[in-house]
Write a protein of this length. Structure first.
Length: 85
């Protein structure tokens, strides 16, 4: 019976400071972080990440690729704080 209630908080849930920071990244969506992380399977410097996303933007021409390209530095900082990278 205890395992059914595992992870349940009797007081409810509230977004963390890190979650609030994520929501403040202008125009970002949750899927942007996942898409951004998918491109980091190999070690890359910020300059190389920007170049990669500029090429993605040129080819894909999507709103998501534009959002990620414009917010690369914010996404890097968020992902570092979250422990994703």
């Amino acid at each position: 019976f205890g395992s059914v209630l595992t992870g349940m908080n009797p007081f409810g849930y509230k977004i963390t400071d890190l979650g609030e920071e994520f929501l403040r990244i202008d125009g970002s969506m949750q899927c942007d972080v996942g898409r951004f992380l998918a491109g980091l399977k190999q070690r890359k410097r910020v300059k190389a990440i920007k170049e990669q996303w500029l090429e993605v933007l040129r080819v894909a021409k999507t709103g998501q690729s534009m959002r990620i390209y414009r917010k690369i530095e914010d996404l890097v900082q968020f992902c570092l704080k979250a422990g994703f990278i």
